[in-house]
Design a protein around this ligand. Structure first.
Ligand code: FRU
Length: 521
C-alpha cells in the first residue's frame, strides 16, 4: 500500500469513527423511555444515590451500579459530577468490589480538618464511607456479612484508595447492617455515623473517621415497620420563618412497607444531643407518597452561604425495579429537590420543591390564563412544543362543594393510554392514576392509583409538575405534598388536558415550560 493510500484509509476511519460516536451518543440518550432531565446511567443497572457531596464547585453523585447487566448484581459505585445540579457528566466507576465484598450504599464527606490524617490541611481528602456486603460470608450462612468500610480520594473523587484498616465498623451479628451516612457534628466536635440496623438505626461517633464508638439506637418502637430500614440520613435544619429555631430530622427508607406499597422514605423530627435521637411525636410521615422515590439522602458539603438541604432519591421501587421495560439502562434519579422544614399548627413538616436550577432548563414558555374546565379542557393546541419533557405550574380555585369531585391534568397519546395527576375534592388528597399508562405487564404491583397520605383542604390547589418522558413528579401545595411515579407509555404522551369529574373546576392559570435535554450541552 502506498503512503497516499495509507493516509486516505486513516482519514476515512477517523471520519467513520467520529460519525459513529456522535450517532451513538445521540441515540444513547434518546432511546424509548429515556429521561431527558433526570440523571440516568448510559447503560446497565443503577439503584440508590450514594456519597452525595459538594466540593470545589462540583456536585458529586455516586450511585449503586452494576456495570455488567441491567439487573442488580455485585455493587460498584458509579460516578457523575455536575456544576449546576442539572447537567451531569458521567465519570469512570469510582469504587469496585474487593475481597471484603460488594460496595453497598454509603456517604461521602470532605475531611477539611484532616481528622483522618489521610489528606493534608491544604488538600482535604474526600472520604467515602460505605457498606461492604460479603457474598462469601452470606453464602456461608453467617449473620455478619455487612460491615462498614472507607476509601479516600485526593483528586476530587477521580481516583480512590481503599483504607488499609477496613472494615472500620465490624458487625457483631446483625444481618441488615448498612448504609452509613456520616456528617460532622459541630456541637460535640465529632463525626456522627447514622447506620441502618435491621428495624432501627444506630448512631456511632468518631474523632477521626477510622475508629467508631457506638452511641445509641433509635426506632424499634417508632415509625413504619413494614420492612427493613435502609439508607438513613440525620440532618439539622433551620425551621423556616422561625427566630433561629432548628430541629433534627431523621430520614429512613423502608422496604417494603411504603404508603402505596413497596419501598418509600419516612422521616422523623426531633432532637439529637450528640448521642441520642429523641422524637417529637409518634406520627408516621413520608417525604414522598408516590411509588418511585427511594433511598433519598441529602448532599454534604453544601457551603454555608448556600445552606440548602438538597435531596436526590432513586426513582424506582424494589417491587418492580428489575423488570421495568427500559434498555440499555435501568432506573433514573429523582430531580434534585430542596427540602425545607416548616412549622404548621404546632407540628414540624418537610416540604420539597425542585431546586431552582431547573430554571436553566426552561427553554420555551406558554401561559394560559383563567378558564373553566368541565369534563375536559384540551390544552394541546395551545402549547406550541412537544409535551414529553415539560414543567407545569398551575393554580386551581376549588368550586363550591358539590361541583367537581376530582380534577387535574391528563396526559395521553393516540393509543388511548393516559396518566392523571389530580386532586380529589372529597378526600382532599392528591393522586396519580397510572392504571392505563401503557406497558405494565412486567409487574402485578405496577398499575394503580396512588394517593397522598394526608388530606390537604384549601380554597386554592396548586400543582407543580415535572413530566419527563416516563416519570412525573408532583409538588402539590408548594411542596407540602410530593408524589413521584414512573410510567411506560407505548407512544409519548403528546396530548394535555385539564379534566374535571362530575362538575367543573376553575383553573386560575397554567404556565408550561419546555425543558431542555440535559445531555446535549
Ligand atoms: C437500598 C439498598 C441498600 C443497600 C443497597 C444495595 O435500596 O437495599 O440498603 O445498601 O440498596 O444495592
Amino acid at each position: 500500500m502506498n503512503r497516499c493510500m495509507l493516509f486516505y484509509l486513516i482519514f476515512l476511519s477517523i471520519i467513520t469513527l467520529s460519525c459513529n460516536t456522535s450517532n451513538s451518543t445521540e441515540k444513547l440518550f434518546n432511546e424509548r423511555h429515556r429521561p431527558q432531565v433526570h440523571f440516568s446511567p448510559a447503560g446497565n443497572w443503577m439503584n440508590d444515590p450514594n456519597g452525595l457531596v459538594f466540593f470545589e464547585g462540583e456536585y458529586h453523585l455516586f450511585y449503586q451500579y452494576y456495570p455488567d447487566a441491567k439487573v442488580w448484581g455485585p455493587m460498584h459505585w458509579g460516578h457523575a459530577i455536575s456544576t449546576d445540579l442539572v447537567h451531569w457528566q458521567h465519570l469512570p466507576i469510582a469504587l469496585y468490589p474487593d475481597s471484603l465484598g460488594y460496595i453497598f450504599s454509603g456517604s461521602a464527606v470532605i475531611d477539611y480538618k484532616n481528622t483522618s490524617g489521610l489528606g493534608k490541611p491544604e488538600k482535604p481528602a474526600m472520604i467515602a464511607i460505605y457498606c461492604y456486603h460479603s457474598p462469601v460470608l452470606e453464602k456461608a450462612g453467617k449473620n455478619n456479612f455487612q460491615t462498614q468500610g472507607m476509601a479516600f480520594s485526593l483528586d476530587k473523587g477521580r481516583t480512590w484508595t481503599k483504607y488499609s484498616g477496613n472494615p472500620i465498623v465490624p458487625n457483631l451479628g446483625i444481618r441488615d447492617f448498612r448504609d452509613p451516612k456520616v456528617s460532622w457534628n459541630g456541637e460535640i466536635n465529632k463525626w456522627i455515623m447514622t447506620l441502618a440496623a435491621g428495624d432501627c438505626v444506630r448512631f456511632y461517633s468518631s474523632d477521626d473517621l477510622k475508629k467508631w464508638s457506638f452511641e445509641s439506637e433509635f426506632g424499634k418502637t417508632f415509625g413504619a415497620h413494614g420492612g427493613v430500614w435502609e439508607c438513613p440520613d440525620l440532618i439539622k435544619m433551620p425551621v423556616k420563618g422561625s427566630n433561629g429555631e432548628s430541629k433534627w430530622v431523621l430520614l429512613v427508607s423502608i422496604n417494603p412497607g411504603g404508603p402505596n406499597g413497596g419501598s418509600a422514605t419516612q422521616y422523623f423530627t426531633g432532637n439529637f444531643d450528640g448521642h441520642q435521637f429523641t422524637v417529637d411525636n409518634e406520627k408516621i410521615r413520608w417525604i414522598d407518597t408516590g411509588k418511585d422515590n427511594y433511598a433519598g439522602v441529602t448532599f454534604s458539603g453544601i457551603p454555608e452561604n448556600d445552606g440548602r438541604f438538597i435531596l436526590i432519591g432513586w426513582m424506582s421501587n424494589w417491587q418492580y425495579a428489575t423488570n421495568v421495560p427500559t434498555s440499555p439502562w435501568r432506573s433514573a434519579m429523582t430531580f434534585p429537590r430542596q427540602m425545607t422544614l416548616v412549622r404548621e399548627e404546632g407540628e414540624y413538616a418537610l416540604i420539597s420543591n425542585p431546586v431552582e436550577e431547573i430554571e436553566q432548563l426552561r427553554e420555551r414558555k406558554v401561559t394560559i390564563s383563567q378558564f373553566i374546565a368541565s369534563k375536559k379542557k384540551d390544552l394541546t393546541k395551545e402549547v406550541p412544543f412537544g409535551l414529553a419533557t415539560i414543567e407545569i405550574i398551575a393554580d386551581f380555585s376549588l368550586p363550591q362543594s358539590g361541583t367537581t369531585s376530582e380534577f387535574g391534568f391528563n396526559l395521553s397519546n393516540s393509543k388511548g393510554e393516559n396518566i392523571e395527576i389530580g386532586y380529589n375534592c372529597q378526600t382532599k388528597k392528591f393522586l396519580i392514576n397510572r392504571i392505563n399508562t401503557g406497558d405494565s405487564e412486567f409487574s402485578r404491583d405496577f398499575k394503580g392509583i396512588h394517593y397522598s397520605d394526608e388530606a390537604v383542604p384549601g380554597k386554592t390547589i396548586s400543582m407543580h409538575l415535572i413530566v419527563d418522558v416516563a416519570s412525573v413528579e408532583l409538588f402539590g401545595q408548594s411542596g407540602k405534598i410530593v408524589m413521584t411515579d414512573i410510567f411506560f407509555p407505548n407512544e409519548v404522551f403528546n396530548n394535555l388536558s385539564v379534566y374535571s369529574k362530575v362538575g367543573s373546576v376553575e383553573c386560575k392559570s397554567v404556565t408550561l415550560y419546555k425543558l431542555n435535554n440535559i445531555w446535549n450541552h
